[in-house]
Design a protein around this ligand. Structure first.
Ligand SMILES: *[C@@H]1O[C@H](CO)[C@@H](O)[C@H](O)[C@H]1NC(C)=O
Length: 327
């Protein structure tokens, strides 16, 4: 009976072992299928973060339609000052602002890198954007891409506040305003590991100085790896619903009612490098506006493109340091 019991125990033990191995194997399988995506920053790295917006806008005033095409692009430097407990301090500096506009057959171009003397509206832009290029701020971001804090140095804040009409833009650099950057092409990753087809939601509320309170509900889906130019990138698509205040009234004296806004986007994340490679967000918006006693209807069709590339110190250093960066 003793033997039977010990036999039985051994048998149960064997079953437990088999189950444990099966479990281990299963969890190993799922560990292989799931990918945990994280942003990776190393102290001393510098990135170039470029974001451009192209938009076609049609404004209807009474029965008159006016079409505008515009493109704005901002090139920023992002220096990794420190990484502590998976939170990176990223110092953002403005490098270049470019814009082009065509309104009623009239073309206008502006570039902070151009030496041309600006006249008319170009001069207004120069006065606004040249000082902005001196601005810096620091974003503290965790490894999921979530913003933990935004720090604007006093000189930058003072500069913003001293600019006519720019006071309210200071608010744009608050943690609250920048918390959700997915509508502008940044990517916040989920906690969990991802299998192809997995979805997750993110909701955020921001207070925009021009558009007022916005509630954004983003729905992301992981579509899996895609090989592009010999590089494997993780594809994530997004749909976003946005809610605005019923009637927006801002400090610019503009009244606005957003009738419809849809956002959808595609993100390519480089899992190995631990950063976004690029993203493209399509925006469509229809709104009623009132400014200076004039009411108008506006339809906008736009695309925001973002690219992030690493800036190597210079080619010579890149060559000598190539073995180091291989690891
Ligand atoms: C990755 O980014 C580079 C620019 O930095 C771009 O040329 C390339 O097309 C991007 N990859 C994909 C899949 O879009």
């Amino acid at each position: 009976m003793r033997t039977a019991t010990s036999h039985g125990k051994r048998f149960v033990g064997f079953l437990v072992a088999v189950a444990a191995v099966a479990l281990l194997f299963a969890s190993d399988q799922s560990a292989q299928a799931q990918k945990v995506l994280r942003w990776k920053f190393e102290q001393g790295q510098t990135f170039q973060w470029k974001t451009s917006q192209n938009a076609d806008i049609t404004v209807t005033i009474k029965d008159m339609e006016q079409a505008t095409t515009s493109s704005f692009s901002m090139t920023m430097g992002m220096f990794v000052k420190e990484v502590a407990d998976s939170v990176a301090s990223l110092e953002v500096s403005m490098d270049r602002f470019q814009m082009a506009m065509e309104v009623a057959g009239q073309k206008m171009e502006y570039d902070t890198d151009s030496d041309e003397v600006q006249e008319g509206i170009g001069e207004v832009f120069a006065r606004t954007f040249e000082p902005l290029m001196a601005m810096t701020y620091t974003i503290k971001m965790d490894d999921r891409g979530e913003i933990v804090d935004v720090i604007v140095p006093e000189e930058s804040m003072k500069m913003l506040e001293s600019m006519p009409g720019m006071q309210q833009f200071g608010k744009m650099f608050s943690k609250e305003a920048m918390q959700d950057m997915s509508s502008t092409g940044w990517l916040t990753l989920p906690e969990e590991g991802l299998s192809v087809g997995d979805s997750w939601d993110m909701k955020s509320e921001t207070d925009n100085p021009i558009l007022g309170k916005q509630i954004a509900a983003a729905h992301f889906t992981y579509e899996g790896p895609e090989e592009v130019d010999g590089k494997t990138l993780e594809k994530i698509v997004m749909d976003m619903d946005m809610e605005f205040d019923e009637n927006i009234q801002n400090e610019l004296g503009l009244k606005m009612k957003v009738e419809d806004m849809t956002l959808s986007g595609t993100f390519y994340f480089d899992a190995e490098a631990g950063r976004l490679n690029n993203s493209e967000i399509k925006q469509q918006m229809e709104a009623d506006l009132e400014a200076g006693g004039q009411s108008m209807h506006q339809v906008m069709d736009g695309t925001v493109s973002t690219t992030i590339t690493e800036r190597k110190p210079d080619t010579a250093e890149e060559d000598s340091g190539s073995t180091e960066s291989e690891n």
